[in-house]
Design a protein around this ligand. Structure first.
Ligand code: PPS
Length: 558
């Protein structure tokens, strides 16, 4: 029997203990060293425990990793293209010896599994990165993702499950491999094509994958990854809601949606093969390889399809025929082919700018979903982050800006002024570097929440350190706008003004660590705006900021 016709194989074994063994493990765990897993490690553990990573029985030690990197196989010879390791801090590893048992807990401390530590070591990271990605360059997304470890030491050894990780969203769409196979059986399907979308799926793509499944007389399984990612892309909730809408546009019981809680590794062709293996463990007989997959990934999958027992399906490219209001295969179209690529990029542009999107491009519910989750800039939140010396005029400009924004109406504005924050949010903090950094991070966190929810945050602290300002920018930019305004009034002018009398006290040594006098101020190198209050009034400065926000699209002009 060829890979193309192979029925689903038996469900892989899970690694959960039965009730009495689980109870004993819980008792034992009270005296074991505990390791609180990061979210991506919980995803790995869940797939180990539920058989999604079968035939693995635990986290891989150095010998297994070496074998995987060298030949894409486990020491047993079974195909396995990517390492699954448990990274821990040196401090935690130093408390362990080989043969010890440890309790693996979720980030809240709930016991999920007990692990026998059979191997421990710090890998030769550059060599591993080279083997996996062909480079050690930090700009490669795979290298960046691989480095986001919990620590430099990796523990290997078998795991025994006590409790499955808890999920609160889309619970009915998170089936284990065994449950999913049961579901396929109930629905009466023996051929299942896995389709793993990364982005929202629009009409052309959905119609082509549906056709491919129909052609293979198979159920289409939408099997998107929803594991933790560091990218600022559309969050998984909006993506899953988009996929749920797709179900209503397919013939009844022809498409299933199941979420694969797996963090993406950016591992290229090896990862494509790895995903195929995981889909297979979930009962899929075929895997769909779309237009966006690379030639190398397709070739690697096709090379191993028979061994894997999974058929590779390539959907046809479809084009939209306006006169028929239909998608047809590109090679069947007799009339002159419409310039779909141009229309598609135009549709995506419209989607991004909140303009109307033609119904041939996508389903209205999906367009609405995307527009709600990534509104056009003028409906997104933003933060205006002032930085500058004490007495430079930050608060005065910030107040003028706040008044002008409120006068335009329709927006909520929160002012996080340096002095106010220190009274309400940071009253216990002083002016050491550590305390200033903590103060700015608190301000940044509040501003990021305001921005996330579509509000306007105006922050006006001294914020003397460039690295901390950069971190705050990094927290906010993925969620909306961020405008850094350097109020660059020279120190001599601030000191001459000395409205609070603080400079005089600082010069007299009565106030220690005073910015500009006895403490550093690192000037921003590339702020969005630089304002010297010697040259402009606070009113004029606020207007300049409004104009900049309008030019960036965060405010309507006028
Ligand atoms: S920081 O560095 O961003 O955490 O500072 P910030 O929270 O903005 O607080 C600055 C205000 O605190 C008063 N103040 C001092 N400033 C600088 N250095 C020292 N040592 C200090 N001690 C008290 C001062 O009034 C600052 O207010 P502004 O509005 O900037 O003049």
């Amino acid at each position: 029997m060829g890979a193309d016709t192979q029925p689903p194989s038996a469900a892989p074994r899970d690694l959960y203990a039965g009730p009495s063994e689980a109870e004993a493990l819980k008792q034992e765990a009270t005296s074991l060293p505990s390791f609180d897993l990061a979210p991506h490690q919980v995803s790995d553990l869940e797939l180990l425990l539920n058989g999604g990573y079968s035939p693995l029985l635990g986290f891989q030690g150095p010998a297994e990793v070496a074998s995987v990197l060298e030949r894409m196989r486990l020491p047993s010879g079974a195909l396995w293209p990517l390492p699954v390791t448990l990274d821990v801090t040196e401090a935690f590893a130093s408390t362990l010896g080989s043969g010890d048992r440890i309790a693996l807990r979720d980030p809240e401390g709930i016991l999920l599994a007990v692990m026998d530590v059979e191997a421990m070591g710090s890998p030769d990271l550059p060599a591993q990165l080279q083997a996996l990605f062909g480079t050690t360059d930090e700009t490669h997304p795979g290298v960046r993702a691989y480095r986001q470890d919990r620590g430099p030491v990796r523990l290997g050894g078998p795991v025994r499950g006590v409790e499955a990780p808890t999920h609160h969203d889309f619970v009915s769409r998170r089936h284990s491999p065994a449950k999913l196979r049961e579901r396929f059986e109930t629905l009466g399907w023996r051929r299942i094509v896995a389709f793993q979308p990364y982005e929202p799926v629009h009409r052309a793509e959905f119609e082509s994958v549906l056709r491919a499944a129909t052609k293979h007389a198979a159920l289409l399984l939408l099997h998107p990854l929803v594991g933790s990612t560091t990218s600022a892309d559309l969050g998984h909730v909006a993506r899953v809601r988009c996929y749920e809408h797709l179900l209503t546009h397919a013939p009844e019981a022809s498409v299933e949606l199941n979420l694969l809680d797996l963090a993406p590794r950016q591992g290229g062709p090896r990862e494509a093969l790895w995903h195929a293996l995981i889909h297979k463990n979930h009962g899929c007989t075929h895997i769909l390889v779309g237009q966006d997959s690379t030639v190398a990934a397709r070739e690697l999958l096709e090379e191993h399809a028979v061994e894997l027992g999974i058929g590779v399906v390539r959907p046809e490219e479809l084009v939209y025929r306006e006169e028929r209001d239909q998608y047809v295969p590109a090679n069947e179209a007799t009339e002159a082919r419409p310039a779909l690529a141009t229309s598609e990029s135009e549709a995506l542009r419209r989607l991004a700018s909140g303009e109307e999107v033609p119904p041939w491009f996508s389903y209205p519910e999906i367009v609405a979903e995307l527009q709600a989750s990534s509104p056009p800039r003028e409906r997104q939140g933003f933060t205006v982050f002032f930085t500058g010396l004490s007495g430079s005029g930050k608060s005065t400009i910030a107040n003028a800006l706040r008044a002008k924004l409120l006068a335009r109406g329709g927006r909520h504005v929160t002012l996080l002024d340096g002095d106010l924050v220190r009274k309400n949010l940071s009253s216990e903090l002083g002016f050491s570097k550590a305390h200033r950094d903590l103060n700015i991070r608190r301000i940044g966190w509040v501003a990021s929440e305001i921005t996330r929810h579509g509000g306007i945050a105006i922050c006006a602290p001294i914020a003397p350190y460039a690295a901390t300002r950069r971190d705050v920018r990094g927290m906010i930019e993925p969620l909306g706008g961020f405008l850094e305004v350097h109020v660059a009034t020279p120190l001599a002018v601030c000191e001459a003004r000395d409205r609070k009398g603080l400079y005089a006290q600082a010069r007299a040594g009565l106030i220690k660590e005073f910015t500009g006098i006895s403490d550093p101020y690192e000037e921003p190198q590339t702020p969005e705006l630089r304002i010297d209050t010697q040259d402009v009034s606070a009113e004029r400065a606020a207007e300049k900021i409004l104009a900049e926000l309008a030019a960036l699209g965060f405010l309507r002009p006028g």
